[in-house]
Every structure is written in structure tokens, then in C-alpha cells.
Design a binder for this molecule. Structure first.
Ligand SMILES: [Mg+2]
Ligand SMILES: [Zn+2]
Length: 194
């Protein structure tokens, strides 16, 4: 089993444009690639875990999700970054699209997608990290036994200033993905795991 970094996408790796529905809207946050390269060099598996409720809400055509996923992964590969997995939840309990309007076990902070990734990719979740810009990302870490890092890009700063009382606090708060990667790399360098 290998440890992983479960990464939120919008607001963490790329600019959160609100219901991103076309590859042309993918703009990487500054230093995101540098951060991902650091994590890659720590021999951590990289996995995207993203809520895409825009599908259930009728704002993102379902057939666009794989198109965006392919474009995102292609952009990453062109920067030397390979993701071990990429998982999306298209559901929302108050959605309007039949089949997608439901309470599921894969919408963050529910652990479904992390558990699926762990099963499919043989990951050691207890020694893994979740990095994201929302309390639901941090709560996902707590719900799965991983270490949760809140980044202050995307909606991170807004959420930190008004952190919900019913959410577990982050293990660490970092300015951006690059700083989060540096913190993780320092911890991994200090551990005895090979
Ligand atoms: Mg986000
Ligand atoms: Zn779901």
C-alpha cells in the first residue's frame, strides 16, 4: 500500500470559476505545478477527488465531465505530473437532473470516493493527505483517517475566517498548494517509511 495525496481540483489546483464546464476554463493556480512536482518526488500517489454538483444542478452537461477530466490530465502530463486516479461526484441532494439528484456516499465530505480510490489503487489512507480549499475537504480527511490541509486559495481564506463549528479543524493551513506540498514533503522526509 502506498500513501497518497487526495487533491481537491477547483480552487486548489486550478482557478475555481464556478461550475467549470469546458476545458478552455482550466487555468492553473500559480505554483500548483511546482507543488505537484514536490509531491511526485516524495513518491506519493496523486489522486483528484472533486465534487461536481453542477451536473446534478443542470449547470454542467454530464458528458462534459470526462472531456474536462481528459483535458486536465493531459495538461498535467504535459507538465510532468501523472495522477494515479481522478474521481468525481456528480450528485447533489437538491439537484434537478433525474438520476443525479440524490444523497450519495461519494459527495465530499462523505468518504466514498477516497475509499473507492484506496481499493482500486491499493492506497494507505491512514498515511495519506487531503488538500483542499473547503471545510468539506478537511472533513473528508477526518472521515477517512487522513491528514487534512486547508489551502487559502479558492474559497479557503473565506472559509478560514468563518470556519463552521460542526467541521473538524484542519491539521494544517497553508497559503497554497505549493506551501502544502512543502509541509507534506518535510513530514515525509522525516518519516521512516520508504
Ligand atoms: Mg475546491
Ligand atoms: Zn456522489
Amino acid at each position: 500500500m502506498k500513501p497518497a495525496v487526495f487533491l481537491d481540483r477547483d480552487g486548489t489546483v486550478n482557478v475555481d470559476v464556478g461550475y467549470l464546464c469546458h476545458p478552455d476554463q482550466i487555468t492553473l493556480l500559480s505554483r500548483a505545478i511546482e507543488g505537484l512536482r514536490l509531491l511526485r518526488d516524495c513518491a506519493l500517489e496523486l489522486v483528484i477527488i472533486t465534487n461536481q454538483a453542477g451536473v446534478a444542478r443542470g449547470l454542467i452537461p454530464p458528458e462534459q465531465l470526462p472531456v474536462i477530466q481528459r483535458a486536465f490530465l493531459r495538461l498535467m502530463r504535459s507538465n510532468g505530473i501523472s495522477f494515479a486516479g481522478y474521481y468525481s461526484c456528480p450528485h447533489h441532494p437538491e439537484g434537478i437532473l433525474p438520476g443525479y439528484r440524490r444523497a450519495c456516499d461519494c459527495r465530499k465530505p462523505a468518504p466514498g470516493l477516497v475509499l473507492q480510490a484506496a481499493r482500486e489503487l491499493d492506497l494507505d489512507v491512514q498515511h495519506s493527505y487531503v488538500v483542499g480549499d473547503k471545510p468539506s475537504d478537511v472533513q473528508l480527511a477526518h472521515n477517512t483517517g487522513a491528514t487534512g490541509i486547508l489551502v487559502l486559495t479558492g474559497e479557503g481564506r473565506k472559509h478560514l475566517e468563518n470556519y463552521p463549528g460542526d467541521c473538524s479543524p484542519p491539521h494544517m493551513v497553508c497559503d497554497d498548494l505549493y506551501e502544502a506540498a512543502r509541509w507534506i514533503a518535510a513530514r515525509e522526509g522525516g518519516s521512516s517509511r520508504g
